[in-house]
Structures are given as structure tokens and as C-alpha cells.
Ligand binder design. Sequence first.
Ligand code: DUC
Ligand code: ZN
Ligand code: ZN
Length: 464
Amino acid sequence: MLDLIVKNGTLVTADATFQADIGVQDEKISVVAAPGTLKEAKRVVDAKGKYVMPGMIEPHMHVAAPFGGTIDVLDFYSASKCAAFGGVTSFMDFSSTVKGMSVLQAVKDRREEMSHAALDYGVHAKFVEANERVIGEVKQLIDYGVPTFKMFTTYPGVMIEDRDILEVLKEAAANGGLCGFHAESNPIAEFNRDNFAREGKLDWKYFPEAKPNACEAEAVQRILTFAEYLDAPVYFFHLSTKESMKLVREAKARGVKVLAETCTHYLTLTKAKNDGPDGVLYLMSPPLRTKEDQAALWGALQDGTLSLVTSDNEAFTREQKESFLDKDANGKPIIDFRKPVNGTPGLEERFGLMMAEGVNRGRIGLNKLVELCSTNPAKVFGCYPQKGCLDVGSDADIILVDPDKAVKLTKENLHYGLQYSLYEDFEAKGWPVMTIRRGEVLVEDGKFLGKEGTGRFLKRAISR
Ligand code: DUC
Ligand code: ZN
Ligand code: ZN
């Protein structure tokens, strides 16, 4: 007997929409059949009137990640809950590598921390330096199931030298790895930060100006030059500008092996959010941009310049962000964009935002949403077709979406326990009402049923 049948639903994958029933056995999709043909199972879920999609994959988030002298509010179990309510069934985070440390050990440490998750999880390896020892670990990491790396071109402490980037790129390319980048020009960011401070321009609203479009473009251009020179594949995390879209589009046309993502906040918010006292809540790097940039990002999703939409989730309380500020003689905090930790929640909101601003507005269709948030994350980060599709043999990671359910992205409707939502004004029509991970129901009737430690490490490999 099957373990589970999901019947009468409308299946939505990256490339098709059709009526079918799904049968699940031993955590996998064992059969996809004509409606009404699957009869017996331990549990039958009626998905009549619902969309049935592969579970969303979040490949870019920061949870339980010390940053800027503090640590975000989630752990991997509470993050599993937020994610599952947002239709996510697998997620990936980064090793907390520091200089002098074995990258493989940092990955193993992170794997251990992530083992509290109720979702399946992967780890990206962060490289902060290159030397003989670290370069020797590249192949070991790939063999261990961690073929995806991250490097920062800014943030002294984690930032890696250009010369070292070349070494990691070359070794990764030779062994089937993919290097991803947080691409911002450290010189431009530091130059502006210090000059703005001298001029007394420290309000929240100056933050985007201090990290202007050129700050991103310079680093993107540099990494593309390295990639082209070495014929090495590269990935860009969180691109936010129209200039980057042009650079990536042109590089792809020249045959450079480049893939890139943007994040939900760049697609839905603009830097106007940094005006006023709540501006502190909207500090993330890269910063929010203009409507023109936003239009370029949607265009780039539509024409394939961008392959993924992620959240870059890192959730802090308002108090945490403000705790970094100095106080004046009356004890009032002195606004200073240089001080608060950067980062915003988004793990739970991604599906709703892509519905509200993408599907509901006709910018993308449902198949494209699945492609951007599930299938391409699995393909790019090396866990397809185990994840990211509804094929026979794939893990039974399935979400049911009620097309008529409208949900506002208010703090009360989200599960972070934060006293704010960045998306109070957004309402999604179409909402995940059931989340299933490897055949186990994690969310049903508004309740989280997932158990701590039931997630499994994803051993990944990139196919060429
Ligand atoms: N940017 C952020 O805003 N937060 C987390 C890390 C990052 O790159
Ligand atoms: Zn980043
Ligand atoms: Zn990030």
C-alpha cells in the first residue's frame, strides 16, 4: 500500500500544468497517475481546487549566523517552521569559516548545527583565503557533497583577496565546483562610508547612496573578468541593479558560464523604505534600489538572465539593529547607517511575495515561480532531480497551494516572532496550505507538525 496519495490536484511544475494524482512510497514519489486511478494509501489528501507544486528550496539564507557583533533570532528548528509555512521544504546555509580554519571542518560544524532542522539542508562552503591547505580541501569538499562555495568581495574579516579568488576559482572549476559571490566593491563602500561620515550624511536614507549601483557593478565586472579569463563557472548572490543585469546578460551572450539570483526584497521594495525612522529595518547589503532597477530585475527574470529568486534571510529584532547606535546626552540613539547589522527576514515571505508581485500582477506565471524558487535552485546547487520537481523517484517534497486564499504578510501572519514585518502592505492571493517533506506533513491547517532533527543533509553534486 502507498504511504500517501495526493489526489485531484493540478500539478504545477517548471514546465507543465496538468491534472494528476501523486503516490508516495518510502519518502519518494513512486507514481504520477491519471486523476482517480490511485486508490489505496495509509493517508489520502484531497487536493481538489489546489495547485500541487514541488516544495520550494531556499538556497540563500543566514540562520544562527554570527554577523556584525550579534546573531540573528532564528535557529534551524524555528527557521524550519517559518520556512515550511512559506512552502519551503529544503534550505541551504553557509559555513562560518574564519582565517586559519579548515574549510571542510567549518562545513562539518555547520552541518552539525543544521542537523536540528526539520527540513532537508545543504551547506555552502565559505572561503575567506586561499593557501595550499585550503586549496587542497576543494576536491574534498566536492566529494563530501558540498560543491558550492561563497566568497565575499567586501566585509573585512570574511572578504577574500582577489588573488585568492583566482586560486579558488581555478581549483573549483577543475573539480566540478561552483563559486558564488557576494559582489560589492569594498573600496567604493569604504570610501563613501568615510566621506559621508565627514559630511554628516549618516541618516538611514544615505545607506543606499553609500553603496551605489557602481559598488555592485564594479565587483560583478571584476568577477566576470576572472571567470572569463579562467573559463570558470560563477554564481552571483543577491544582484540588485540594472547595471548588473546588463553585465550578466552580455557575459552570458559571450559564453561566460555565469548564473545569478536576485532576492525578493529587491523585487518588491525600493530605497524609499530607508527614509524615516523605520529605515533601520530595511538595511541590508546590497541595499534597496530604485523602481528602474526593480523593473530591470523583473525583466531579467523573464528573459533568463536571472535564474533564481532567494530571500537572503537574516532576521534581527529592531532592538538588535538599534543596539549598535551611540546615544546623545539625553540618551536618545544617534542615527548612523554605519552601525546596525545588515540583514532582513524573508524565508517565510518569498512564496507570498512572488505571488503578490509576480503571479498576481502578471509579471510571471506559476510555472516560472516554480522554476525560480524550486527547480533552478535544485539544478544550480546540485540536488536535482532529488529535489525541485515532481518526477517519479524524486523526494516527495510537495506543497498544496490554495489559489483563492489571500494572506497579508503582516507580523501576525508570519512566524518569526518579530514585532515588525517589512511587507505589511503586501497581500498574496494564492497561499501554501500544506507542506510535505519526503512524504511527511510539516504544515497542515495552519499548524506546524515538523519535528526537530528530522531534516537530512543533502549530499550535492553539480552536473555539467
Ligand atoms: N547581506 C545582508 O544584508 N545580510 C546578511 C549577509 C549579507 O550579505
Ligand atoms: Zn551576501
Ligand atoms: Zn546572504
